[in-house]
Design a protein around this ligand. Structure first.
Ligand SMILES: Cc1cc2nc3c(=O)[nH]c(=O)nc-3n(C[C@H](O)[C@H](O)[C@H](O)COP(=O)(O)O)c2cc1C
Length: 188
């Protein structure tokens, strides 16, 4: 099988489109982030990688709280707007209906899933900070639940691929199997 070498920064795989909420200069601010992952089971710790220059980082350094808001794909235009416009240039505080939980982190009502975090630690890299946060509370809009569990088809989460080449948004496809089960029937 012949392989071609790609740019070493190329990221082939799907990433979640996540809206990071913070308070900067006493106002809610939102940015789009795709470098996001859960990194510890118990306590539930997540990471998000945020460029050092982003306005969002000012709020995270100062207040040590943030939120992750998981949009449906119908919020793609809003998500792209906050991913291409800095809170330093434009006030992004009134784009969404905001609610608050236990922390001061602003959360977005229109997003089916929201998590509020306190900052655990911040790791510095040359151009990004890896912000590690402990999930304090997780919320789901009831219309997106089936039997109390978030239903992916209803949520239809915003997905991103491509990084530097062909940056593209997607919505979810078809279910193809039950994880931790489907492989059990595999025979060599
Ligand atoms: C598709 C997409 C994905 C992005 N992912 C990230 C990311 O993972 N980390 C990051 O720091 N910025 C990311 N950005 C850029 C920020 O969202 C953008 O620079 C934003 O304007 C920063 O807002 P702020 O200055 O108000 O904090 C992404 C932008 C887009 C359009």
């Amino acid at each position: 099988m012949k392989k071609s070498k790609l740019d070493q920064r190329y990221s082939p795989y799907q990433m979640p489109g996540v809206i990071i909420g913070t308070i900067v200069e006493e106002k809610p601010n939102f940015m789009l982030c795709t470098w996001v992952s859960r990194v510890n089971r118990n306590p539930p710790i997540w990471m998000t990688s945020i460029n050092k220059k982003h306005y969002t980082m000012e709020g995270i350094h100062k207040n040590k709280i943030f939120s992750m808001n998981f949009p449906s794909s119908n919020l793609v235009k809003e998500a792209d707007y906050i991913g291409t416009t800095s809170g330093r240039e434009r006030d992004k505080s009134s784009l969404f209906n905001i609610f608050y939980g236990q922390t001061q982190a602003p959360m977005i009502e229109e997003c089916p899933i929201n998590i509020e975090f306190t900052v655990e630690s911040i790791i510095e890299y040359p151009d990004h900070y890896i912000v590690l946060g402990t999930a304090i509370n997780t919320y789901a809009t009831e219309q997106y639940l089936s039997d109390g569990i978030p239903a992916m088809k209803k949520i239809n989460p915003l997905i991103y691929t491509g990084a530097e080449k062909q940056p593209t948004y997607w919505s979810i496809g078809e279910k193809i199997g039950d994880a931790f089960k489907i492989g059990k029937g595999f025979k060599q």
